[in-house]
Design a protein around this ligand. Structure first.
Ligand code: PEP
Length: 248
């Protein structure tokens, strides 16, 4: 079956100011050139134009961290997918666990955002992942299957969709699931996508995210059905982020 080119996406979260964001982006852009993987950086929204300028002409794509489900209108503080596209984004993360937790985003909200993203010409990176309690209860696969079914919109097309499996308990914690756990969840996600998209599901990138570092990247990225990584903390250091990319 067709295997997609791996994607390594950096989620900068609420970090970086103008000067350090520009410098980090430029360093990533320069270092990514010789590497086979695809790269994206997802800075805070206000930094998108600055970072877009710093990576212009490079192989690094621009991504946002969230968009609104509505195309435009009275939504103070939110960002329209069309604006994100207009400032140069290729990708937008939707349904990150921090947004599900901090902003009460449900699967239905995440699906609406993913739909708005695709309608604006962006590729949504739809995030799913179980909590520690769910993991300990052996419910991880079932939780993630439900999230995939509910968060990937009915209108999604397989060639414009990325899914990221991010166990909530592995984000920023230094903890990572076993490779067997990752294989099981990624395989289950692929199966849910195949039920929806048929053979085209083989081409959908399923990223792993949660405490990916240079030291564990090769092992994680070598697992079946892992098509790249969504990287938080380690994406704030160009050398670490590029080392993860080199392992993909
Ligand atoms: C994330 O939040 O998307 C993430 C993967 O964070 P970290 O790499 O810091 O665990």
């Amino acid at each position: 079956p067709h295997r997609p080119t791996p994607l390594v996406a950096g989620n900068w979260k609420m970090n970086m100011l103008v000067a350090d964001g520009r410098a980090l982006a430029a360093e990533v852009a320069a270092g990514a050139e010789g590497l086979a993987a695809g790269f994206a950086v997802c800075p805070p929204a206000a930094l998108l134009p600055v970072v877009g300028e710093a990576i212009r002409g490079s192989k690094v794509a621009l991504g946002a961290q969230d968009c609104h489900a509505k195309a435009s209108g009275a939504h103070t503080g939110d960002h329209a997918a069309a604006l994100l596209k207009d400032v140069g984004c290729t990708y937008v993360i939707v349904g990150h666990s921090e947004r599900r937790q901090d902003h009460g985003e449900t699967d239905a909200v995440v699906a609406a955002k993913a739909e708005a993203a695709a309608a604006a010409g962006l590729v949504p990176i739809v995030c799913v992942g179980e909590t520690l309690d769910q993991y300990k209860a052996g419910e991880g696969v079932a939780v993630v299957e439900t999230q995939v079914d509910g968060s990937v919109p009915a209108s999604a097309s397989a060639d414009r969709l990325v899914v990221a499996y991010e166990p909530v308990w592995a984000i920023g914690s230094g903890l990572v699931p076993t490779t067997d756990d990752i294989r099981a969840v990624h395989g289950a996600i692929r199966a849910r996508l195949a039920a929806r998209f048929g053979d085209a599901a083989q081409g959908i990138r399923i990223l792993y995210g949660g405490s990916v570092k240079p030291g564990n990247a090769a092992e994680i990225l070598g697992v079946d059905d892992v098509d790249g990584a969504l990287v938080g903390g380690a994406s704030l250091n160009a050398a670490d982020f590029l080392a993860i990319g080199a392992a993909a």
